[in-house]
Design a protein. Sequence first.
Length: 303
Amino acid sequence: MKQLTPTSAKAIAATAYLFAFPLVMRYRQMSRQAIDATSPMFSGGFGTWLEGSVTEPRRSGSGRPMEDVVYSSTWLDLRGEPWWCALGDVPAEVSFVGSLVDLWGFLIADLEPGRSGPVLASSPAPVRGVPDQVEAVVRGESEFVQVCTESRWSDPYRLPGVPPVRPDLVLEPLSAHLGRPAPRPAAAMTWSPWFEGLEATDEFWACANFVLSLTEPNPDDRSILERIAQIGVIPGAPWTPSAHPEAVLEAIRDGMDDAISDLLEGAVGADVCRRPRTRRADMDRDYFSRALAALCPSVRVDG
């Protein structure tokens, strides 16, 4: 590994932290919901819905009743095969928003009532034998995708305390939808362990390397991937602090601290939790904004 000065290591670490932060925090959500059975947010595994109802406060001076919103999400493991996703009828009195989001947090598809035909959620790998009914094959840059939905009553003066029903959403592996034998399952995964607060420790780098291995490198990120490899942030590689002199390792920690401070400062007064989900083209190499958006969970039922 190329020997670095502490000054260079610190600057690279700050960049690397901002770059990997969205992936690590999205992995936190996936781990808590679909992997770690001891988590209070565990839904039962991949393909199982986690739902929560949130009551919104009255709007000052409007006289509007309190409103219930149903937030739902599930994670899909796309390594073995694509998943069929088809939105059913949405009652006219219910407002519905749905989306598919990859591990970077990038929006890869909207689910729009009356407009969205069936889609196949796929890993970055090519898909063969796409059924004619499929409107589109949607893929992000990761082998795991989150499906998120939000529904609420359109009528602000309905009786309070009555939550809307989440519209019917058919979500199943393609083989199950077609009534065919399932393909050979993907290899068993040895997951990177998660604990709360990991993102502020040296274990962040080990987790980043692991989660980067679950993504398809985007050509737009080539230069930053080459740069951060100098401190050992490499997809699928082990994180080995012993590979660095102590002065460089301390500089890497200082770079992480600087990045965290910049993020916390940038979040002050910023309405990051109400930003709409964005596609890669909307942010591309704006790594700071990508990290800032990741400060807010993408699903209200999983904080």
